[in-house]
Design a protein around this ligand. Structure first.
Ligand code: ACO
Ligand code: OAA
Length: 379
């Protein structure tokens, strides 16, 4: 029988993975055995993506070659540019990204000869270009050159967005953010991508599935929803009163809670520290102090802790990233985790098709159309 605990597949072991561990002792996170703290402190997003997609850390030569390859993958095919120009200016950026990456399949289809690792790299490299080509075309009519001098995904995205090389601190914060968002075991979007891969569908379809699933506010969309909440309040006192009202009305406070972590989300302290540094640098503490008060209230009233999405919201805003780009940034990073899982699924595939507990009517007699009067078909 489905209980509240088993609903949503909570605590169900739905398969195996060698890619990451989430929530060991209630709060740990490793990617292929490396702690998230080491990756965020000493690593870069490119090393992380290489580790996830290829299963080992690159050496210096491999990393340099990998960065060159990603830089070469930023170009958008002319047909896809035309398509992006045709999408409405009012599109949600997640629609643009989902549609853009899906359409790339028509220009550069996966074939028997395609190495899925190469395709993963192409999608990682081109994603910021797709979003920002569309953005600038509809903002100013400019058909931007999507090549930049930057040798990192973080720098490429920020440079395309603001059309100038990013400050060193901003590039590092974005790089760490991409590391934190890269991979998380059987989260909803990754699991959905694995389901698609398990039907032997193509790589693009699996990634597109992931994007569609990530967008919801219970998952990746929570970073945008959290910013919408934080942005409502001028000061911590207002925030406390507002959140108390939400809790009184049994509403969810986005950016809090987690399905697997029970003690804390280890990524949250890392992004929180960066949000503090950005506030200090900007000399603007409003978002940070409002966020801290919301955190205090949520701990006191509900015993809930912030997840990665909560302090990502203030950090991104402090770097002048538009709110509607927050979940797309999550996509830029999570493509690496999805890719690792799609490849792992393919390596030992069996169709993912669970069973359901039936709760519908017992077998019913058939009524011919002319006999179906009011109330004739009642169980
Ligand atoms: C990167 C990521 O994707 S992290 C997740 C991002 N999502 C969010 O931040 C959305 C807000 N959070 C939530 O909705 C949930 O905590 C989820 C979806 C993340 C996890 O959901 P579940 O594991 O199903 O938790 P569940 O709903 O059983 O929560 C347990 C209790 O805590 C409450 N609760 C959980 N999260 C929150 C929250 N953010 N605000 C208020 N109450 C909450 C629930 O209402 C429930 O209360 P009840 O027992 O009185 O009914
Ligand atoms: O694991 C989850 O359920 C959600 C999450 O934190 C992630 O995908 O990063």
């Amino acid at each position: 029988m489905t209980t509240k605990k088993s609903g949503g597949l909570a605590e169900v072991i739905a398969g195996q993975t060698a890619i990451s561990t989430v929530g060991k002792t209630g709060k740990g996170l490793t990617y292929r055995g490396y702690s998230i703290h080491d990756l965020a402190e000493y690593g870069t997003f490119e090393e992380t993506a290489y580790l996830l997609i290829r299963g080992k850390l690159p050496d210096a030569g491999e990393l340099a070659a990998y960065k060159r390859k990603l830089a070469a993958g930023r170009t958008i095919p002319p047909g896809l540019r035309t398509l992006l120009e045709c999408l409405p200016a009012s599109s949600h950026p997640m629609d643009v990204l989902r549609t853009g990456l899906s359409a790339l399949a028509s220009f550069e289809p996966e074939t028997e000869a395609t190495d899925p690792r190469e395709l993963a790299d192409r999608l990682l490299a081109i994603s910021p270009s797709v979003l920002l080509y569309w953005h600038h075309f509809h903002q100013s009519g400019d058909r931007i050159d999507t090549e930049t001098e930057s040798d990192s995904v973080a720098g490429h995205f920020l440079e395309l967005l603001h059309r100038r090389p990013p400050a060193e601190l901003h590039e590092r914060v974005m790089d760490v953010s991409l590391i934190l968002y890269a991979e998380h075991e059987y989260n909803a979007s990754t699991f959905a991508a694995r389901v698609t891969a398990s039907t032997l569908s193509d790589f693009y379809s699996a990634v597109t599935t992931g994007i569609g699933t990530l967008r919801g506010p219970l998952h990746g969309g929570a970073n945008e929803a959290a910013m919408e909440l934080i942005g409502r309040y001028e000061n911590p006192e207002q925030a406390e009163a507002g959140v108390m009202r939400l809790l009184g009305g049994k509403k969810l406070v986005m950016g809090f809670g987690h399905r697997v972590y029970t003690v804390s989300d280890p990524r949250s302290d890392i992004i929180k520290a960066l949000s503090r540094t950005l506030s200090e640098q900007n000399g603007d503490w409003r978002l940070f102090t409002v966020s801290e008060r919301i955190e205090e209230v949520m701990r006191r009233e509900k015993g809930l802790f912030p997840n990665l999405d909560f302090y990502s919201a203030s950090a991104y805003t402090l770097m002048q990233i538009p709110v509607s780009f927050f979940t797309p940034v999550f996509v830029f990073s999570r493509i690496s985790g999805w890719a690792a899982h799609i490849i792992e699924q393919r390596e030992s595939n069996r169709l993912i098709r669970p069973s359901a507990e039936y709760t519908g009517p017992e077998p019913l007699p058939w009524f011919r159309l002319e006999d179906r009067g009011q109330g004739a078909v009642t169980p």
